[in-house]
Each structure stands twice: as structure tokens, then as C-alpha cells.
Ligand binder design. Structure first.
Ligand SMILES: Nc1nc2c(ncn2[C@@H]2O[C@H](COP(=O)(O)OP(=O)(O)OP(=O)(O)O)[C@@H](O)[C@H]2O)c(=O)[nH]1
Ligand SMILES: [Mg+2]
Length: 350
């Protein structure tokens, strides 16, 4: 499956340079004494969140990152040069995990944020350090300390402002296509969408990023259907748009099924603000719409929007309800979406 939101990378910091054994040699100075310099420090491995990236595809082609070793010390007490650090440039929103223990090492959410993954080895001490009253000519110097190595896993979660959820066929991708320049695949069968899609939506002279993910079915948290792993991509959204296909008999049950999966997944998804839409109303008469809307409102205990991604009825009202929540989320954590650079209609997997 060509899903590029995870990558495994091997990183290694540089070895320290060896200390030097050397003695002062000068005309007329017979016993010049030790003057071997220290080795240089090995380079570190650093990860940095940068602007303008939105996939981890680069890490498909380059999976080894090694910092340079420190240079050895030299005579006349010269310290060796330090090794250059290796810098992994990752998109904003990347989590870095230790591949062995699965522990989260860092979560880079702001452009320019850096984390030191591995320290370079210290350089060895030159023989100058081993001079003592009993040993005026030490022949000893330390080797440099070795660098460290680690396997890490990079995991990118979309930083979308709003996320679409619903059963397969609810019309999520149609909604994304109707409101942004994204052109996701749309078809009359479940699981048309196989990987997340992003679109930039313009509404009320503002823009926000909307994520369309594969549909959820009952038992998704146990791996049914496409499972619930895509929900990780909407964990950071400020609001969810929950679409219910209005042409099905039991809209309340459809709503409940998805809610149960959101709750089973955890990650704070169930607690997020949610806008509920009764979709495909172009295919229903007004009496049906009223009846199903009432059933859905009884289930949700909140206002249900009536809309159609095809005829665009109600779409503007839904966008403005989403925007209201997004503005609230942005004021709560202004740095959250800093620099999320997503071109309109960006396909998540190139
Ligand atoms: N009449 C009507 N049909 C719609 C509307 N929105 C979507 N459809 C149809 O419903 C079917 C499914 O639409 P999609 O947008 O692919 O649904 P989805 O929720 O993205 O489905 P998955 O990707 O499988 O989860 C397609 O045949 C669409 O043409 C709508 O507003 N009105
Ligand atoms: Mg879809």
C-alpha cells in the first residue's frame, strides 16, 4: 500500500576524533614535553521541522543519516575539527518514535522546532592531559568516544483544521470535491477512498484545510474495513464534520456506529466539536428530510445541517459552522497550524 505517512530511518551520530600523542619539537629544546591536542567531537543527529513539506516521501529514498566523525587532534595542542551534524528535515506535524521501544521521542509541531536525537561522541584527550610529575613524556592519549546509533520511526499526522468522518459512501469525498480544488475519487461503492486526502477550502474570505479519510464501519477499531488507523490523521483537527447519508433508512444507527468507533479509537476524537450533516438531501423529498433530520437530532441532541454535496444546498452553512469552530480552536492554540503548507488539492500520497 502506497501510504507514505510513516518511514523508518537509521541514524548515527559521529565518533569523536582520537586524541593525539605528540611532543614539542623545537631547536635547542631537548625535552619539549607533550603537546598532543584533543580529538574533535563527532556530529550530532538533529531533526528539524521545516516549512513546505507535507509528506515523508523523501525518507523512502534516503533512510540512513550519519553525522560526520570528529577529526583527530594534532600536535602543537591543536584540537581536531568537530564532525558536521546530520539534520533530518521533516514536515511540521511529524512525530519521532524510537523504533525499538515505540516511545515518542519528539513531536515537532512548529516550523523551526528542533530536537537533538543523538549526541556525537566526545573527542579523546591528547597526551597533554596525561602529563604528571612522574611521567613527563606520556605516550598515552584517549581514543574518541564512539557515536550512537538508533532506529527511529517518523510518523506524520496531517495537520488539518477539519476532518470528515462517516460511513463509507456517506459522500465525504464528494463534499471535499465540492468545497475545494481537491479531486478525490468518488464512486458508488464503499471504500472508494483508500488514503487520506487534503483540500484547502475557501470560505468567508478565510481558508482552512479539510481532510477526507476512508469511511469507518462497525468494528473498525478491531480492523474491520480499512480499520481506524487513518483516524490518527484527524487527531489534531479542531472540528469534525460527520456526514450521514440521508438516503438510508436508519440515519440514527449510522451516526451511532461512527460515534462508537470514534470513542473506541480514543485520542480525544470523541470529545472534539462535531458538526453533523444529513447529506444527499437532493435525493429526498422535504417530508423525508424533515423526518430523518428529526431522527438524527433526537440521537445527537444538537442541530443537524441538511445538505447536499451534489446540489450544494446547505454547504455554505456547514462551512460557516466549521469555520466558527476552527477560529475557536486557532485562538486556543495559535501555533498549532503554523506553516502547514498544503497546496490546494494536494493528494496525500503522490
Ligand atoms: N444524490 C447524492 N449523491 C451523492 C451525494 N454525495 C455523494 N453522493 C454519491 O454517493 C456515492 C459515494 O460518494 P463518495 O463521495 O465517494 O462517498 P465517501 O463517503 O467518500 O465514500 P468512501 O470513500 O467509500 O468512504 C457516490 O456515488 C456519489 O455520487 C449527494 O449529495 N447527493
Ligand atoms: Mg471517499
Amino acid at each position: 500500500m502506497k501510504f507514505l505517512d510513516e518511514a523508518r530511518v537509521y541514524v548515527r551520530s559521529g565518533d569523536g576524533g582520537a586524541g593525539c600523542v605528540s611532543f614539542r619539537r623545537e631547536k635547542y629544546v631537548e625535552f619539549g614535553g607533550p603537546d598532543g591536542g584533543d580529538g574533535g567531537r563527532g556530529g550530532d543527529v538533529i531533526a528539524e521541522a521545516v516549512d513546505g513539506l507535507n509528506t515523508l516521501i523523501d525518507f523512502r529514498y534516503r533512510q540512513h543519516f550519519k553525522a560526520k566523525n570528529g577529526r583527530p587532534g594534532m600536535g602543537r595542542q591543536r584540537t581536531g575539527a568537530g564532525g558536521a551534524s546530520a539534520v533530518l528535515k521533516v514536515p511540521v506535524g511529524t512525530e519521532i518514535l524510537d523504533d525499538d521501544s515505540d516511545a515518542v521521542i519528539a513531536d515537532l509541531t512548529v516550523v523551526g522546532e528542533e530536537v537533538l536525537l543523538l549526541k556525537g561522541g566526545d573527542g579523546g584527550r591528547g597526551n597533554t592531559h596525561f602529563k604528571s610529575s612522574t611521567n613527563r613524556a606520556p605516550r598515552r592519549a584517549d581514543p574518541g568516544r564512539p557515536g550512537q546509533e538508533m532506529r527511529i520511526r517518523l510518523r506524520l499526522k496531517l495537520i488539518a483544521d477539519a476532518g470528515l468522518v462517516g460511513l463509507p459512501n456517506a459522500g465525504k469525498s464528494t463534499f471535499l470535491a465540492a468545497t475545494s480544488r481537491a479531486r478525490p475519487k468518488i464512486a458508488d461503492y464503499p471504500f472508494t477512498t483508500l488514503h487520506p486526502q487534503l483540500g484547502v477550502v475557501y470560505a468567508e474570505e478565510e481558508e482552512f484545510v479539510l481532510a477526507d479519510i476512508p469511511g469507518l464501519i462497525e468494528g473498525a477499531h478491531e480492523g474491520h474495513g480499512l480499520g481506524d488507523r487513518f483516524l490518527g490523521h484527524i487527531e489534531r483537527c479542531g472540528v469534525l464534520l460527520h456526514l450521514v447519508d440521508g438516503t438510508q433508512e436508519d440515519v440514527a444507527a449510522a451516526y451511532r456506529t461512527v460515534r462508537r468507533e470514534l470513542e473506541a479509537y480514543g485520542g480525544g476524537l470523541a470529545a472534539k466539536p462535531e458538526i453533523v450533516g444529513l447529506n444527499k438531501c437532493d435525493a429526498l423529498d422535504e417530508a423525508r428530510i424533515a423526518e430523518r433530520r428529526a431522527a438524527l437530532e433526537a440521537e445527537t441532541g444538537a442541530k443537524v445541517h441538511v445538505l447536499s454535496g451534489v446540489s450544494k444546498r446547505g454547504v455554505d452553512a456547514v462551512l460557516s459552522a466549521l469555520l466558527a469552530e476552527i477560529r475557536r480552536a486557532r485562538t486556543d492554540s495559535p501555533s498549532r497550524n503554523a506553516g502547514a503548507d498544503v497546496s490546494s488539492g494536494a493528494d496525500w500520497t503522490p
